[in-house]
Write a protein that binds this ligand. Sequence first.
Ligand SMILES: [Zn+2]
Length: 353
Amino acid sequence: MKSEKFSTDKARWQAVRESNADADGAFYYAVITTGVYCRPSCNAKLPNRDNVEYFTTCDDAESAGYRACRKCRPAATSKVVETEQKIIHACRIMEENESSIKLDELAAQVNLSPYHFHRLFKKIVGVTPKQYASRQQALRFFKNLKSSSSVTEAIYRAGYGSSGTAYDKKRDQLAMKPSVYRKGAEGVTITYGLATCFLGWVIVAATDRGICLIEFGDDPDTLPELVHTRFPNAQISKADSGFKTLLEEVVDFIESPKDTFQLPLDIQGTAFQQQVWTVLRQIKPGESMSYTEVAERIGKPKAVRAVASACASNKLAVAVPCHRVVSKTGKTGGYRWGTERKRRLLESEQDQS
Ligand SMILES: [Zn+2]
């Protein structure tokens, strides 16, 4: 036990000298000359050993006349716990509410000022309240997708409202954690479905956060292997009929792309790839950009080759429109799913715009 390990004055003094955080909770030390008591881990100036007194609890130290150190806040434990509980409570409120709640209202509900609430939330949860709320919406969206007759209805029911643009702003926050991706998507459940479009077969795979893969191919039997190759450690299964509306929406988008892809995407890639893909998503249907222009746009004009390679490693065909990047001379340039498909996509977008 902790308190046993630090039961002697000798052990306690050593812990204080080393600012040993392991000793926190086992005892407190007080300094006679300053009248202040501290946690062993406090990095305040080391007192003279002769002026030090030890206590088992904060109460004991306080009844002996000492006041808590402002640096290491020895009595703050319960306060910290209380704050954490407030933040957890706010998370629950967001999870349970279909419509979005204003930050001020949420803060008021847990008795914190909006400023503190935002700061504490970020510190404890790791994302902003806004990011957390949009993540919850995305989760509801995928839950609703199975029971809704259309994606639009699912969007409504998830609390996104009628506007696809609100959706659009939020989708970047939905990416799989890079650490998870590096482990081959270990612990991630992926569902996929197959459909046909004017470019042949298309496979669409999604995590609970969004679509993580859209790829073309000629053979529906070998396409699922792509999902296994990309996410070797994920739990992968073929979707049931609940996936149909999502597939239809993707095929619709491939055949007549609107400005932006409306469904949430679960995008993984290096920081550089993500920068490139963000630029690509700003190119409207019927327009194109050269690899050089993309490189300039991300502020790395010399990285033309790296841009081309980021385009080639895109795994969200058309949703991240890498086909709209062409070579400087106006030639179609390469395409992960074949130059013929790229040419036909560009042609079809020209016709529609
Ligand atoms: Zn202290």
